[in-house]
Design a protein around this ligand. Sequence first.
Ligand code: URA
Length: 436
Amino acid sequence: MLIAEIIRQKRDGAELSPQEISAMVAGISDNSASEGQVAAFAMAVFFQGMTRAEATNLTCEMRDSGDVFNWSDLPGPVVDKHSTGGVGDNVSLMLAPIVAACGGYVPMISGRGLGHTGGTLDKMEAIPGYTVTPDNDLFAKVVAEVGCAVIGQTANLAPADKRFYGIRDVTATVESIPLITASILSKKLSAGLQSLVMDVKFGNGAFMSSFDEAEKLARSITGVARAANLPCHALLTDMNQPLASAAGNAVEVRNAVEFLTGAHRDPRLELVTVALSGEMLLTAGLYSDRKHAVAAAQAALDTGAAAEKFGQMVTALGGPSDLIERMDQILPSAKLTLAVEAPEAGQISAISTREIGLAVVELGGGRRRADDIVNPSVGLTGLLDVGVSVSKGDPIAMIHADDQTSAETAKAQVLAAYTFGGAVEVEAPVRLIVDS
Ligand code: URA
């Protein structure tokens, strides 16, 4: 089957057959489709879209381009969550142990941060000794014994997506709903999940800023997942402000540990984390109604069971056994701190979340390019929420930096990201649950 013919069909708006999609994915995997052809295919899909059947075939072919984990030996359901990416979004660090404490198994294969969004792997790597690249045997052992393991993508997991995504990233074709759907789900299906919860973000810090586009993506993912026999629910959550009051790597781990122990919980973060955890328990079949599932998630948190699981996971993957008790001594901290003060009195009426994420990048805590090395210790803490009233000079955030120049630049960025005005209505952090 000629790759050029497949591209032509899609360019002209035809529906591709399962055989044509299979040939295209084979070409992507074995490099017999050139970079130019893969890019042209991506652009044709970008403009012409895909039917549900095409997107499902693309997903399954990309899943089968590499290893597929099998967890059939585990005594409980295997479930995961995937977020489309945010700022101050450390939900995974609490959610995986919450679900494990409730009887689910969470083999969480996460990504690194790029651009203004943070990455779970970078956060976990801020813990000295923690390995995000265990071999498959250790990964399986930790999932079986602890109930959760947060690690990075193994080399042979959906390799077709790896090449395809790399080409989409440099050809302005990432923002295609069927391609995003197939990319995310191929990786999740390769991880051998039995159910999935999607956290689709909308708002000024999200990949899909408009609520309607985020909803379209959520419906595409849940629909294709169902067609691929993966029960999947999606929550649409607000990214018009950072979720945690911290953004960075070690600072978000610290925030997560405080959250797990109950020392400090950011209210919107708690609502989103408990809602997503409850939804996982529901999709996994551990509870048959949402109310009880959410209550079980909250109880795992409040009893300290989730904190214990988190500690066990960190130790099992090479981290310190006393992180929870001694995190201030163990986690790296930046050389200097600088307060960002409110320039005027008033109510915080808006936050440009993307700018907050870019301030973390400026400090060295994120990446401009995929091969940049992140500094685990820098970041922002004490970020105030939309709706909070301040007096002139009150701290609205604290910068953690390794040098004065980046601290000053980040301070200016944070100041520019905050708007002070009159009364505002704060949106509920979880706006819609899609379980079609
Ligand atoms: N994240 C992915 O894994 N793939 C996409 O296409 C977009 C976001």
